[in-house]
Write a protein that binds this ligand. Structure first.
Ligand SMILES: [Mg+2]
Length: 347
């Protein structure tokens, strides 16, 4: 056995490690989980896939690294599969695109149980189905830690929605949720005292059971493990005339600042419109923190943040959370900068 299989499941006689399956065996067990679908003219198994389609193709890629982007003790293989597909497809939706296909490059420790790869494949397949896309293919290799890289493809009905088109007078609108993923992460961190940063939350405050048994808190943990981006809202926003759009991968304020910078405008968000929901309030009470921080700076929910001309009827799923002002790339809350606000950064 080489490499690290983390603290997840161990290989056994009925579940041999990926090294025992061999590359062809591993690929076969994974590919068997992908049903194919319309538009996939040649699926996994040849040198490359062949997709039907015409017109511009939206492409994006995103990587999940064990220990950095997920932990085996917090996320199942299925969860990692869903998350890989979700964060890739959210970028397609954020351009106004409709997800069509996903490619996944997988590097696994040789000692990881083969069932982990199959669980991952099931998560990928299910999220592809939810997004209306197909698993088109991928690659496997060996590494000390699990590394999952997804590349998503999508189609466009019209022009792509960039980050740079917002103008003064536009409304700022949001589809999907902001905060639950960060709250779920904080609950997991608190519940596994000793294995998480202890300055963020009081780790002695929450017995693991509180997270596992309270359905509201468990839903937040699930939101962290398996984000559910509102994919159809992306193409709908494009069709309705959205002037700028982004998915909230790194936190509402940070991602809003990207629109503000790219468009050369200021986004003024409404504190009232961002009032934390009852689930976030309940979790914050358990952990002794301010739930508004999750709403404003929590990443990985992959909601869609978009700007629309004020005359436009917002498409289903969007609600107004602010307005666009003339000015220099700032994000405000009720007209004032929020001190010390920052979202997730990779470095
Ligand atoms: Mg994005």
């Amino acid at each position: 056995v080489t490499g690290s299989a983390g603290s997840g499941p161990r290989p056994g006689p009925a579940d041999p490690p990926v090294a025992a399956l061999g590359e062809d065996g591993l690929v076969a067990s994974v590919v068997a989980r992908f049903p194919g679908g319309p538009g996939l003219l040649v699926g996994p198994g040849d040198d490359a896939a062949v997709l039907a389609g015409a017109g511009p193709v939206v492409v994006s890629t995103d990587t999940l690294v064990e220990g950095h982007d997920f932990r085996q003790e917090w996320s199942s293989a299925y969860d990692v599969g869903v998350k890989t597909a979700a964060q890739n497809f959210a970028d397609i939706a954020a351009m106004g695109g409709r997800p069509t296909a996903l490619l996944v490059s997988l590097a696994l420790p040789a000692g990881l149980p083969g069932s982990w790869a199959v669980g991952l494949a099931d998560g990928l397949a299910d999220e592809c189905a939810r997004a209306g896309a197909v698993m088109a293919g991928g690659d496997v290799s060996e590494a000390a830690e699990i590394v999952v890289t997804g590349t998503a493809l999508g189609s466009l009905a019209g022009a792509p929605v960039l980050r740079s088109g917002a103008g003064a007078g536009d409304v700022v609108a949001l589809a999907g949720v902001v905060g639950p993923s960060a709250a779920g992460w904080a609950l997991l961190a608190a519940a596994s005292a000793g294995s998480a940063p202890t300055d963020a939350v009081p780790t002695d405050a929450v017995p693991t059971d509180a997270v596992l048994t309270d359905p509201v808190l468990a839903d937040l943990v699930d939101a962290h493990r398996r984000p559910a981006p509102p994919y159809p809202a992306g193409p709908r926003a494009a069709l309705a005339g959205a002037t700028a759009m982004i998915d909230t991968s790194d936190g509402l304020l940070r991602d809003a600042a990207r629109i503000a910078a790219a468009s050369g405008v200021t986004l003024d968000l409404s504190r009232t419109a961002l009032t934390p929901g009852a689930d976030l309030v309940a979790a914050a009470r358990v952990l002794g923190v301010d739930p508004l921080d999750w709403v404003l700076t929590g990443g990985e929910d992959h909601a869609l943040l978009a700007c629309f001309p004020p005359t436009v009827a917002l498409p289903p799923g969007f609600r107004v959370i602010g307005r666009v002002l003339a000015g220099a790339g700032e994000v405000l809350v009720d007209g004032a900068p929020r001190p010390g606000s920052a979202g997730w950064t990779h470095f």
